[in-house]
Every structure is written in structure tokens, then in C-alpha cells.
Design a binder for this molecule. Structure first.
Ligand code: NAG
Ligand code: NAG
Ligand code: ZN
Length: 401
């Protein structure tokens, strides 16, 4: 027992040192696990992924497990900085290393690439070619807009013109779509898509958010797709800074963004006569937009609302009671904007709470000059809808004037 206490104490001191004080794989602070075969300190989350690679890594808790003196000596000798010099020796300059909050597939593939495939030790050039080439090409299974089936499409990410293209056939010369990487977002959505490597790719086109839903059975392919995209976007974001210091961490952009909140709610049209309909909503903190779609896997939204700040007359509160007009859910949210009052209904109280919290987060945040610019744009779009669309259809639109 004396040894247990003594050795754990040594490890707890060791983990405080610079280099060891951040997880070797995702940079999370205060790691309290370690791989005693690789000699690295990692966070609980990454330790789980190490456990899946028993031939290269064996992990223990530095607080709770018994540590032999010889293992502690190895940890003293190796440590995160030394391991980095070995396993991350040849990481390409613009390679995006996953962080704590990145998706599990990305972190898992990073850990496998580093320790299992030893892609960055300099022994093996095969993998480096992917990251140092100017393009990345692979088939992915993409959900059809109309027939809703996943079909094999050829995807091509190009670092030369910073685009994502996809082709219907392997030998097609003309792409079905050419998408700029400037605002391209790729977010792992395994549950929504129903595949462990499901990826939602979003971008904006003609003031609409467009979604592509893709997957590949091989996790390496899907992770490489995202890593290559991130790498291109890092370069793209760095170009104006190339003469300054491009590699400082502040300049690494937020490459994958998550919605602040997503889920089903019931909504009604702008007048009091329409009935409630169940819709999928997604709320974006960055552009302050609440989008609504018919279902989670729609290619484009049906409509959206801009969520301004408190000082501009936006507010949110809970309201209760079952609505009469066709709604089945009873946990209500009352959203007030200068133009319109919305009522949304949630199925559960917890959902209602989470939505209100998410709306409050945006409403309490002051608007930036870009937000003002986009409000102006929204007014024009609203006007456009009114004149050109609403006049010809009987659909109810989210906005009215
Ligand atoms: C690890 O992190 C991922 C993504 O951040 C999360 O989904 C998962 O639940 C975490 N697992 C553990 C054991 O903390
Ligand atoms: C949120 O909006 C920003 C700005 O338009 C965009 O770059 C980002 O990808 C969006 N996030 C999601 C999850 O769609
Ligand atoms: Zn970690």
C-alpha cells in the first residue's frame, strides 16, 4: 500500500508539469489517465479510445489504479512532450489536430493515426500523401434530395480552388455541385443520420442553408474528409495572415460548429387560424438564426427567424396549456420579436427548458455590426417572399408583414 500511495503521488506531481498537464491527444486540461505503454497522460475521454487499441496502448487511472515502480519510471522518462516528438514528428503544418470538444470519430481517428498506424513518426510516407496532396477524393454515400435514399457519389475536396465538388458517376467530368469551402460546415451527426459515421455538411446558397447528409462505412475515410476540409479552411483563413504568424493558436478557426440547440417543436403559421405542425428546428448562435425544416434530414430549410437582442425588443418566456389548434404538445414557449409573436410547443418540460435557455443565450448577447447587416438582408428577403412567393402560394410563411 505504501507503494501505491507513493507512486500515485509521483504521478500526480508529474501530471502537473508543462506538457503533461494537457491531454496528449485532445489538449483537455488536467488529464488523470495515462497510457503506460506509450508513456502519455490523457483525459478520461481519450483513455476510452486508447482502450480500443490494446495492442499499442494500455491505460490506467493515475489516481485509482495500482502503479508499479517500473511503469512510473517509464512515465517519468517519456511524458507528453517526449511522446509528441516521436508520434507527432511529421504532422503536416496545416493539419488540424482535434480538440477536446471535437467529435469522437475525429478524435478516435487521430489517436489511431498517431499510435496504431504511426502516420506521423516519419517511418511511413503512405498516409502523409493524403494530407500533403492538393486534393482529397473519395466516394461517399449521399442521401438523395428527392428519393431519400443513400447513393454512392464521388466527392472531391480541392485545395487549389477551395471547393467541395461531387459527381454523380465515377467518370463524370461535370460536377453535380461546386461548393465553396468558405462557409462550409461539417458536423458529425451519427444519430440523426442513423450511421456511426454520419456527417452533415452545411453551406449557404442564395441565402438558404443547404444540407448534404453523407456517410462512409470506413471511419478513416470520413475522418480524412473532415480533416482535409479543415486543413483547406485553415489555409484559406490563414492567407491574409501568411506574413504574420499563421500558426498561433488564436488563428486556428472554429472549423466545426454545432447548433446551439436542435429538435422538434410544434409551430403555427403567422395568423391565429393555422393549426400547429411538428417541425424540426435548429438554432445557430453565430448567425442568430432559427431555421425550421420539415424533418431533420431535409436538404434545405422551410423558413427561418432572426433572433435579435433584448435591447431590440426580443424576449422569450414559458407558457403553458394545451393549444387547441391541432397541437398535441403542451410545454409552450412564447418568443416575442418586434415583428411577430411566436408560440412553439415542446413535448417535454426538459425540452422547453433547454430551448428557452438557448433563446435566452442569444437574446442576452449584444448584436454585432454583421448582425445588423444580416437583419437588413432578412428584411429584403422577407419582402421578396411576400411579393414573389406568398402571393402565389397558399403556404404559410414564417415571416409576414
Ligand atoms: C467523449 O467525448 C465525446 C465528444 O465530445 C462525447 O460524445 C462522449 O460522450 C465522451 N465520452 C466520455 C466517456 O466522456
Ligand atoms: C452557424 O452560422 C455560421 C455563420 O453563418 C456558419 O459558419 C456555421 O457553419 C453555422 N453553424 C451550423 C451548425 O450550421
Ligand atoms: Zn483527451
Amino acid at each position: 500500500m505504501a507503494n501505491l500511495a507513493r507512486n500515485n503521488k509521483i504521478l500526480l506531481e508529474l501530471v502537473q508539469r508543462p506538457g503533461n498537464n494537457l491531454c496528449a491527444d485532445c489538449s483537455a486540461p488536467e488529464p488523470d489517465w495515462a497510457s503506460y505503454t506509450l508513456g502519455v497522460f490523457v483525459c478520461l475521454n481519450c483513455s476510452g479510445m486508447h482502450r480500443n487499441l490494446p495492442t499499442v496502448s494500455k491505460v490506467k487511472s493515475i489516481r485509482l489504479d495500482y502503479w508499479d515502480s517500473s511503469l512510473v519510471e517509464f512515465m517519468q522518462k517519456r511524458g507528453n512532450s517526449e511522446a509528441k516528438a516521436i508520434f507527432e514528428k511529421c504532422v503536416p503544418t496545416f493539419f488540424y489536430k482535434p480538440r477536446q470538444n471535437d467529435c469522437i470519430v475525429l478524435k478516435d481517428q487521430w489517436i489511431r493515426a498517431k499510435y496504431e498506424r504511426r502516420e506521423f513518426t516519419g517511418e511511413n510516407n503512405k498516409f502523409l500523401q493524403i494530407y500533403t496532396s492538393e486534393q482529397f477524393e473519395s466516394p461517399l454515400w449521399k442521401k438523395g434530395r428527392v428519393n431519400k435514399q443513400f447513393l454512392k457519389r464521388n466527392f472531391l475536396l480541392s485545395q487549389r480552388d477551395f471547393t467541395l465538388k461531387y459527381f454523380i458517376k465515377e467518370d463524370s467530368k461535370v460536377p453535380k455541385a461546386v461548393i465553396s469551402m468558405k462557409d462550409l460546415n461539417a458536423d458529425f451527426q451519427p444519430e440523426k443520420i442513423g450511421h456511426p459515421h454520419g456527417l452533415q455538411i452545411s453551406y449557404s446558397e442564395d441565402d438558404h442553408t443547404r444540407n448534404l447528409f453523407v456517410y462512409h462505412d470506413d471511419g478513416t475515410i470520413i475522418a480524412s474528409t473532415v480533416l482535409f476540409k479543415n486543413q483547406c479552411q485553415t489555409i484559406l483563413n490563414c492567407i491574409p495572415w501568411l506574413y504574420k504568424r499563421c500558426f498561433s493558436t488564436q488563428l486556428v478557426p472554429q472549423l466545426t460548429s454545432k447548433s446551439l440547440k436542435e429538435g422538434y417543436m410544434e409551430k403555427t403559421g403567422p395568423t391565429t387560424r393555422e393549426s400547429f405542425k411538428k417541425r424540426w428546428f435548429t438554432l445557430n448562435l453565430t448567425n442568430r438564426k432559427l431555421l425550421y425544416l420539415k424533418s431533420p434530414l431535409e436538404a434545405t430549410e422551410k423558413g427561418f427567424a432572426f433572433i435579435g437582442s433584448e435591447s431590440h425588443g426580443y424576449s422569450v418566456s414559458a407558457c403553458s396549456g394545451q393549444s387547441k389548434r391541432g397541437g398535441r404538445w403542451r410545454w409552450g414557449i412564447f418568443l416575442k420579436t418586434p415583428d411577430r409573436e411566436y408560440v412553439f410547443m415542446c413535448e417535454q418540460e426538459s425540452e422547453q427548458k433547454e430551448w428557452i435557455e438557448a433563446f435566452r443565450k442569444i437574446i442576452s448577447q449584444p448584436m454585432t455590426p454583421e448582425d445588423y447587416a444580416s437583419t437588413l438582408l432578412l428584411c429584403q428577403i422577407t419582402f421578396y417572399h411576400f411579393v414573389h412567393v406568398q402571393a402565389f402560394t397558399s403556404h404559410s410563411f414564417f415571416f409576414h408583414r
